[in-house]
Write a protein that binds this ligand. Structure first.
Ligand code: LLP
Length: 399
């Protein structure tokens, strides 16, 4: 409801903040968190929030209070998770290029486990732990060679990707372990990619994990933890049709496929599915124009600096004209066809091309939906633009 109040005004004097800005529906976030915890709780699964999706302190606070742990991919995220109240014993740290400084930060914080991505990294973690007089938990991130149906830039689990220890190297990894006295191998970690809508890919992952875990067990490695990573996709086309992703189906898929030994814990690292739908990017139309070929453009005040996903991955986000949506009766708007583009001096700074959209004018307020994940966190200062602010649905103002 709050978002429609926004569309009435045309400037700060109406209680609408200057655009562009991010707006987060905290009530939807809470509903999402309660669903994820209930569905994971059915099987005793542990959920870590993938910090890379969004680190707004308000959002982290909600997530931490709901009982999730944190999944980090940099020492900075580890420090941020600790500052925002996540208990270190619920923090996991993955990343293909952890620097010595970042590894030290995580060892000193006393995190639950490193997800280690190469043989050399095992040795570096061991020697840094030795220097600090500590002993640390390590899960081996194994590249399972599973190909989910998703964009190639966000697919990580196939043999030629840079992520994880390849299954051709795990024998060598095992032979190194006896010489590494400051690390304990506590489990295995996997992550096959992001925005995966076909749940069967997760069944395939679990089947593969069963084979790999059996291989380790046959060699006497006790696996206390299995970490399945993240990747559950969301509905970008119809955010109101599926505001909360299908966590029930997702966890059920693992429950049906994954073999779990007595005492073993199963972990997940979900990012997008937790925060994407609660966020939207609000922007105003600056100009409209028509190309020589007759195509109409609406140029808005948000661009790839606020939301890079369309420019980087060709990602689709639903866009709504909130001002047109409240116009009724004689002022109701007929439909047209528009490309909606940002103000940045790059041809790729286009959110959508040739979209069927209500007739649009300068000053109209638009909402770019499903931007809570990988939106504000991937913002940049290109063209010297400031970082857009964030507002929250439960704040005491008219947004
Ligand atoms: N765990 C690991 C090891 C990961 O690399 C990722 C995401 C996740 C968990 C969380 O995945 P999620 O549940 O959010 O799918 N910027 C891209 C997405 C990059 C995802 C990178 N890794 C986008 O905007 O689509």
């Amino acid at each position: 409801m709050g978002r429609y109040v926004l569309s009435m005004g045309s400037g700060e004097q109406f209680g609408v903040p200057a655009t562009p800005f991010y707006y987060y529906d905290i009530e939807l976030l809470r509903r999402t968190l309660s669903t994820v915890m209930t569905e994971a709780g059915r099987y005793g699964y542990c959920v870590h929030y993938a910090m890379k999706a969004n680190v707004e302190p308000r959002i982290l606070g909600e997530i931490q209070r709901a009982g999730l742990g944190a999944d980090c991919v940099s020492g900075y995220e580890v420090a941020c998770a600790v500052e925002n109240g996540f208990s270190p014993d619920k923090i996991v740290f993955a990343g293909v290029g952890k620097s010595d400084h970042e590894i030290r930060t995580a060892i000193e914080a006393g995190i639950f486990a490193f997800n280690c991505e190469s043989l050399e990294e095992l040795e570096v973690i061991d020697s840094l732990a030795a220097e600090l007089g500590r002993s640390v938990n390590v899960a081996l991130r194994i590249n399972p060679d599973v190909r989910p149906e998703t964009h190639r830039y966000i697919s990580t689990g196939q043999a030629e990707s840079k992520f994880g220890i390849s299954y051709t190297e795990i024998e060598q990894a095992l032979s190194k372990l006896p010489g590494l006295n400051h690390i304990r191998i506590v489990g295995l970690h996997f992550h096959i990619g992001s925005q995966i809508r076909n749940l069967a890919s997760f069944g395939e992952l679990a089947d593969r994990v069963n084979e790999i875990a059996a291989w380790f067990e046959e060699r006497g490695v006790e696996l206390r933890h299995l970490n399945m990573g993240g990747g559950l996709g969301i509905d970008y086309n119809d955010p109101d049709g599926e505001p909360v992703p299908d966590f029930a189906g997702y966890f059920r898929m693992f429950h049906e496929h994954l073999r779990v030994r007595p005492g073993q814990t199963v972990h997940f690292e979900l990012g997008r599915s937790i925060v994407a739908q609660c966020g939207e990017l609000l922007t105003r139309v600056l100009y409209t124009k028509t190309t020589a070929g007759g195509a109409k453009f609406a140029i808005v005040d948000a661009g790839m600096t606020e939301l890079i996903r369309p420019a980087l991955y060709g990602a689709h986000h639903r866009i709504e004209n909130l001002t047109a949506a409240v116009a009724t009766g004689v002022s109701a708007r007929p439909m047209g066809v528009y490309s909606i583009a940002g103000p940045i001096c790059e041809s790729s700074d286009v959110f959508v091309r040739d979209l069927e959209f209500p007739e649009t004018y300068r000053g109209d307020l638009l909402a770019i939906r499903s931007t809570g994940a990988y939106g504000s966190i991937m913002a940049s200062n290109y063209n010297m633009r400031p970082i857009a602010p964030s507002y929250f649905g439960d704040e005491d103002r008219s947004v």
